[in-house]
Design a protein around this ligand. Structure first.
Ligand SMILES: [Zn+2]
Length: 404
């Protein structure tokens, strides 16, 4: 209850007595919780849905001489630049030397592959490390090659450096994220209001819901990326969008925004929009109303602390919502944004199929859903953006849709 404003609960018409007894106002359904999902191997960046293809293997670097705390260094290119992400784990005795260790790893990674444009690093506690979706790192940093000296000065002389984050130790407690893949938007209470049906059918903003723009005459569509930010994919994706002159909306996971704040700043400085995708990436309908509000509020707070701007847009993980989710978002002043085009990049369908789905479904007023950390998305994005431009489409942010 501590993080949830009681006034908001009153707005939602909720009984505080029921909430304090732990009951959910929305009818809770039996769902497969995170415990039923196998843990990801370290370094794997996305789950593989049953029956879908495995993600393409991401190449790794070997540092020489080896640094014992380094678990893995992955690297990837986007056709223009290459970025590496080093995953480091430390024991309690090594926590006092994080800066020096980070400097050593960054230097060794640049040395291992001279063509790298940037090295990002995430240092975790060895005791609790459980991959990217596990407990947050102790420290993260992003070091473009041109900023290596600035990073060194932060390490040696404590000169402020803007692309580093040190875990303050008082963030919301860890919760395993639901590994849900965005699919067709699902209403889990089994009944839709006429307003929701109208919003789906006609488009436009109705009751705080946006499925697509009402304006189908202008060749403008929104480009959205879920599950951001990720320390290897983010700089590659932002670089491609910058080169194409395209702005997009990123639905970010609050805890990852907190741990990699410099990527959120990169987004806003490039004119992108930052939306709310909950704090822990939890499916919302099974949660109590208190927990549901808390998830959305915490993500808002994490984003606003970085951007200084109120968050406008919200997308529920997995597209799963019910009346309580919609009410919570509305009370918090958020527009709940769905999509018209989900090409399934998270299922790794193959570059050709992914791109053909995107080309086929592109429509005026539409909202394209892609994922921040899907390698096939990165492979085909440049080509898709070029195709859209040739067809006269402007891809933009959700807020950039005409008269939505
Ligand atoms: Zn998601």
């Amino acid at each position: 209850m501590a993080r949830v404003n009681k006034a908001l609960l009153v707005c939602l018409g909720l009984s505080l007595g029921a909430l304090s007894s732990g009951q959910s106002v929305a009818q809770a359904r039996p769902v497969a919780g995170p415990a039923s999902v196998p843990a990801l191997p370290p370094g794997q960046v996305q789950p593989v849905a049953p029956g879908t293809r495995a993600a393409r293997a991401v190449p790794t670097l070997t540092l020489s001489p080896a640094i014992p705390q380094v678990r893995q260094v992955q690297y990837l290119g986007n056709g223009f630049i290459e970025v590496a992400h080093a995953i480091v784990t430390v024991n309690p005795a090594e926590r006092m030397k994080l800066r020096a260790l980070a400097q050593q790893v960054v230097a060794a990674t640049f040395a291992a592959r001279p063509r790298l444009n940037e090295v990002d690093i995430s240092i975790y506690s060895a005791e609790t490390y459980a991959g990217f979706g596990g407990p947050l790192p102790l420290m993260t940093a992003s070091v473009p090659r041109s900023r290596e000296q600035d990073f060194d000065l932060w390490v040696t002389d404590r000169v402020p450096y803007d692309r580093v984050w040190v875990n303050p130790g008082h963030l919301p407690a860890y919760e395993a994220p639901d590994r849900v893949r965005e699919a067709v938007p699902k209403v889990t209470l089994g009944h839709e209001t006429s307003l929701e049906n109208q919003a789906r059918r006609e488009g436009g903003l109705l009751g705080g819901l946006l499925f697509h723009s009402k304006n189908a005459s202008s060749p403008v569509a929104a480009l959205t990326f879920d599950d951001a930010p990720h320390p290897m994919y983010e700089p590659l994706l932002l670089d491609l969008l910058r080169r194409a002159g395209v702005r997009a909306t990123f639905f970010v996971i609050g805890r990852n925004a907190a741990a990699y704040p410099y990527f959120i700043r990169d987004m806003t400085e490039s004119g992108h929009e930052v939306g709310n995708h909950t704090y822990h990436h939890l499916r919302l309908p099974p949660l109590t109303s208190v927990k549901m509000l808390d998830e959305i509020q915490q993500a808002n707070a994490a984003i606003e602390r970085i951007t200084g701007e109120p968050v406008k847009y919200f997308r529920p993980p997995g597209g799963e919502y019910d009346a309580q989710v919609l009410a919570a978002a509305r009370v918090l002043g958020l527009t709940t944004v769905f999509w018209t085009d989900d090409p399934g990049d998270f299922q790794n369908p193959g570059d050709a199929l992914l791109e053909s789905r995107l080309r086929t479904k592109l429509r005026p007023g539409g909202i394209v859903l892609l994922h921040d950390n899907a390698s096939e998305m990165l492979s085909i994005l440049q080509s898709f953006l070029r195709t859209a431009r040739y067809r006269g489409f402007t891809l933009t942010t959700v807020g950039g849709l005409p008269k939505y």
